[in-house]
Design a protein around this ligand. Structure first.
Ligand code: TZP
Ligand code: MG
Length: 212
């Protein structure tokens, strides 16, 4: 099992950015305290995805933060990322693990306890659970109840990060769950000041964990 700090998990979305402002936002989030970054970009060419991954990795390397690539194991290997995140429609965790070897991080999305167990047994290092709230970032049909997240965390011995519509205003919902961390797209990528957004999210996530 590879240790991973999920306290503040930035998931990227370059949609509303120029390349310069996108990379600047990722860097500000790193300075503000993101503990892990996932490059999640949909719809471009493989070449563009790789080039973007290489640029983001320069930043995350500078701050010693692991870079996770959404879905694309080939891109993760090509840029020597820290690992990959696979969803329920992507390659199964067991295949991601086989391709990446024991030392890379494999994260998986789990919406139910059976999905969580399956991912854990196949070698996942952490789980992303959600969506906790409605979000415009991704098409979400069913929301995950906070109690389901807690049940998942108590079922598998790997950390769990909550995702979906979370922001500084509503993250208190995580206080009464067993979430190890918070994952956000909009709350940082669309923030006017991504550095202080990251600082506040991280500080409060730590407070919520301590209040349990
Ligand atoms: N998986 C479940 S919800 C989601 C993903 C990738 C999007 C989260 O984005 P936001 O903007 O933080 O709601
Ligand atoms: Mg996916």
């Amino acid at each position: 099992m590879n240790p991973v700090d999920l306290t503040l998990y930035l998931v990227t979305d370059s949609t509303y950015h120029t390349e310069e402002s996108f990379l600047h936002t990722v860097e500000e989030a790193c300075i503000g305290g993101a503990t892990i970054v996932q490059l999640r970009e949909k719809g471009g060419s493989s070449r563009d995805y790789l080039n973007q991954a290489l640029k983001v990795k320069e930043i995350t390397d500078r701050y010693h933060i692991p870079l996770i690539i959404d879905d694309r194991i080939d891109i993760a290997l090509a840029c020597d990322a820290a690992g990959v995140h696979v969803g329920q429609s992507d390659l199964p965790v067991s295949y991601a693990r086989r391709l990446l070897g024991p030392d890379k991080i494999v994260g998986a999305t789990a919406k139910t306890v059976p999905q969580a167990l399956e991912a854990y047994v196949q070698g996942a290092d952490y789980l992303g659970v959600g969506a906790m709230f409605p979000t415009t970032t991704k098409v979400v049909t069913i929301l995950t109840a906070p109690a389901t997240l807690t049940e998942i965390r108590h079922t598998v011995p790997i950390p769990v990060v909550a995702i979906g519509g979370l922001n500084r205003g509503n993250m208190d919902i995580l206080k009464d769950t067993a979430a190890d961390g918070i994952a956000v797209v909009s709350a940082i990528m669309k923030a006017e000041d991504p550095r202080s957004a990251a600082e506040e999210l991280k500080k409060h996530m730590i407070e919520l964990r301590e209040q349990r």
